[in-house]
Ligand binder design. Structure first.
Ligand SMILES: *Cc1c(COP(=O)(O)O)cnc(C)c1O
Ligand code: SF4
Length: 397
């Protein structure tokens, strides 16, 4: 299958020539890729999901092949590691921010790279636009360190294993990790994060090594009263293919819970209708709609970001439309390491400058964390002022 994966501009150009799109658009795509902070890697499955007849508006194309003409200047508050994850790193790949849960980054590769990736500082190969932070090297030694850490911190009962995508990690490593996690008595839940259901369902269909490993370990964890679950990532109903559904339904029938996280992306899923269709299809696929994230401030991805009002508006209009537990929570993950908050929980909103203030008592008492709207939603004079002063303290001086 490897020959069908597109991982360089030459391969992409050849592919684009085989579609019906015009030369200007082909150039816009290729130049967009050169500017991307995320490496080019397109699985055959993703390519086939794109509607090349309507490629300019296609919600899947937008996520993986941003046009040069779509990019917008960064917000002055942009930080490459926008959630300050590095500050939460307690050991290689172990992020410990909340009291009872840890996030373990098992690898840094994915089957396809999303242009809006929050972990763009770390995930995938270097690009012309961004040199990645080699925060840790994935290795079995990291797993031993994780196990020691969990043994020493028995108040941690929840682990999210992410990356990168766990599905592109060697199956032996996944087996090793799950086998060792079985020995941790304090654990209550283990979540495995993957976008494979969209990118490369053939890696996770029933009877594949990955599917079998998950189901086999799920049985063992169930005996220990521990929940093993899958955390997937769909942003648009078009992404949920027949193969994706085959995986999710089979996993669910084998007793594995699957929860979905969505990122709110301008022009991709930023309408009530798009979110409603996505949620309905997730429910039909036995996937629990868990979170919808307000898009973080990510390098070279400002055009994906809506303002927070859009997120709140969509959330309000969906409330009551679904069974209560099937309605996703709308979340903003605060810059600077404030953590996840409900979008409704802000302490103040300065509409003039597009600044929201949140507190995060569990993480840092009364400290105010700021979330800033994209400048294109503000008055042009205020936008200018932002570019001149560049920081919240100077604006409020
Ligand atoms: C998101 C996240 C988690 C998991 O959070 P939930 O709200 O329980 O899904 C854990 N650790 C870190 C650092 C996170 O960013
Ligand atoms: S699958 Fe997740 S980690 Fe990988 S590029 Fe996309 S958002 Fe980033």
């Amino acid at each position: 299958m490897k020959e069908n994966i597109i991982f360089n501009v030459g391969g992409l150009s050849d592919y684009l020539k085989s579609t019906s799109i015009n030369y200007e658009l082909q150039t816009d795509i290729v130049e967009g890729v050169r500017k991307n902070s995320m490496a080019l890697r397109l699985s055959p499955h993703v390519l086939q999901l794109i509607d090349w007849q309507n490629v300019t508006t296609d919600p899947i194309r937008k996520q993986f092949l941003p046009l040069l003409s779509e990019y917008l200047p960064s917000h002055p508050q942009l930080r490459i590691d926008s959630l300050s994850e590095k500050n939460s790193q307690v050991a290689p790949g172990i992020l410990h921010r909340y009291p009872n849960k840890v996030l373990f980054l098992l690898g840094t590769s994915c089957a396809t790279y999303c242009a809006f990736c929050t972990r763009s500082y770390l995930v995938g190969p270097n690009t012309q636009a961004l040199t990645k932070d080699h925060l840790f090297k994935s290795s079995t030694a990291n797993i031993d360190i994780l196990i020691n850490y969990l043994e020493e911190n028995i108040h941690v009962n929840d682990i999210v294993v992410s990356g990168g995508d766990i599905a592109v990690v060697d199956i032996e490593i996944i087996n090793l990790l799950l086998t060792k996690l079985l020995t941790i008595k304090s654990l209550k839940t283990i979540r495995l994060a993957t976008r494979t259901l969209l990118f490369a369902p053939s890696l996770l269909l029933p009877n594949t090594p990955l599917f079998d490993t998950i189901v086999k370990h799920n049985e063992k964890f169930k005996h220990r009263n521990i929940e093993l679950s899958i955390q997937c990532h769909f942003n648009h109903a078009n992404e949920i293919s027949i193969e994706s559904q085959k995986i999710s339904i089979s996993l669910w029938q084998s007793g594995v819970t699957i929860r979905n996280q969505t990122v709110l992306l301008d022009g991709v899923n930023s309408t009530i209708d798009a979110q409603e269709k996505l949620i309905r299809k997730l429910i039909d696929s036995n996937i629990h709609p868990y979170y919808v994230y307000q898009m973080d401030m990510v390098d070279n991805a400002e055009h994906f970001r809506t303002n927070l009002e859009t997120c709140i508006y969509i959330s309000k209009n969906l409330t009551g439309m679904f069974t209560g537990f099937q309605l996703p929570k709308f979340i903003v993950d605060l810059p600077d390491g404030g953590g996840k908050r409900s979008v409704y929980e802000y302490e103040f909103y300065d509409k003039k400058y597009g600044i929201y203030g949140f507190t995060s008592p569990i993480i840092s008492g009364d400290k105010i964390y700021y979330y800033c709207d994209p400048l294109r939603y503000l008055d042009p004079n205020i936008e200018k002022e932002w570019y001149q002063k560049r920081s919240i303290s100077k604006l409020y001086d």
